[in-house]
Ligand binder design. Structure first.
Ligand SMILES: *Cc1c(COP(=O)(O)O)cnc(C)c1O
Length: 368
């Protein structure tokens, strides 16, 4: 039987190379990694890779993904990194060992859920240091709540504090922000009279203070997803173009799409122009007649054409509809014909969508 296309090839060897490298960088700085698998929609085999490469936690923003990791045999503690809904606390305490928390009401409800299920649930209280997503905004408030959890909620263990940066607010994880987190952690430790196990300094972007050698030594956990899975392909978004990331592979995931037409056509549409398939007014550049290939994959699968990059030298993604991708192949040495397979690297948003699309067949190679 012919292989079902489009296909997303998961190369586990490349994945494990990236995971070991990232875990190694962190280990050298006294930091443990929570391996964040949400960009793969919780591919359990990737969670197992991360575990075997030294991740001390497996983390995701969705409880279903953590449940799958657990079912697949992940042994390290599971960490829920999206502040949980009240309506899922029962599952959270059953499936996860740790969660990030930023609301007093939720903490009280977790106490009940954990007690009911005979569990002690570990929490990391989040500090909002200016990025404006989750977290307590005032140091005093975070300290007061930490003290309350420590003294009054016996089915919750206060494991540490953490922060999230470089997300909705684009705030860089500078040395100042890491020092601020350490200062908040010290304030909590002083108030509760014991050290915290965890000071969680952020996501991929918090590798920057680490690369620069200015990471506060109190930070001992980073929650890392993007750079591990995407490598240097999306270096600006994940790692601000740091050359350190260039030793990582950007071919952990490859989208294979089939050519359904090749033709030489004008590059500027002919006729009175209105809007495109998604209702947008588009500016077209007239580059004369050029060779084009149509791929049987589209924005319904990967989202935005900026998030896929052809491996084939000289090829360029020109435009796309929901189910078609027009590839400019005028400058390619290779000829493409109908039935040929084109390989594309994928960025973060594309990977997130491809792993949820029912049109995509996932094929895993080099599994452990
Ligand atoms: C998504 C997420 C991460 C991982 O971010 P990457 O940029 O993919 O490394 C870490 N922490 C939290 C709270 C997240 O939501």
């Amino acid at each position: 039987m012919a292989k079902k296309r489009p296909t997303l090839i998961v190369n586990h060897e490349n994945l494990r190379h990236n995971m070991s490298t990232v875990v190694g960088w962190c280990r050298d700085a006294g930091i443990d990694v929570a391996g964040v698998i949400k960009v793969t929609t919780g591919l359990a085999s990737a969670a197992l890779d991360y575990e075997s490469c030294g991740a001390k936690w497996i983390a995701s923003s969705r409880i279903e993904q953590l449940a799958r990791a657990k079912e697949a045999g992940v042994k390290v503690p599971l960490l829920m990194i999206r502040v949980p809904m009240l309506s899922e606390l029962d599952e959270v305490v059953k499936i996860c060992d740790y969660s990030l928390q930023s609301s007093f009401d939720t903490l009280k409800a977790i106490q009940e859920a954990a007690a009911k299920n005979g569990k002690v649930h570990n929490v990391i209280l989040m500090a909002d240091l200016g990025d404006l997503r989750e977290g307590f905004f005032e140091k005093e408030e975070l300290v007061d709540i930490a003290v309350y959890v420590e003294n009054n909620l016996d089915s919750i263990h206060l494991a540490g504090i953490g922060t999230n940066l470089g997300c909705v607010g684009s705030v860089k994880p500078t040395k100042e922000k890491m020092d601020m987190l350490a200062d908040w952690a010290e304030a909590v430790e002083e108030a509760i009279g014991r050290p915290l196990e965890i000071v969680s300094g952020g996501a991929t972007s918090s590798l920057i203070p680490l690369f620069d050698g200015v990471m506060n030594p109190k930070v001992n956990m980073l929650r890392i997803g993007a750079v591990t899975f995407i490598g240097p392909l999306e270096d600006i978004r994940t790692c601000y173009g740091r050359e350190e990331a260039e030793v990582l592979s950007d071919e952990c995931f490859i989208l294979e799409a089939e050519v359904i037409e090749t033709n030489t056509k004008p590059t500027h549409p002919i006729g009175e122009l209105g809007v495109d398939a998604s209702g947008k007014v588009v500016k077209y550049v007239d580059r004369g007649r050029r060779r084009r290939a149509i791929l049987a994959v589209g924005r319904a699968d990967y989202g935005d054409i900026d998030d896929i990059v052809p491996v084939l030298e000289g090829a360029e993604v020109a435009m796309a509809s929901g189910d078609h991708t027009i590839l400019d192949i005028e400058d390619c040495k290779e000829q493409l014909r109908v039935g040929d397979i084109v390989r594309l690297k994928v960025k973060y948003s594309a990977l997130m969508r491809l792993t949820t699309s029912e049109n995509i067949t996932i094929e895993e190679i080099n599994r452990q």
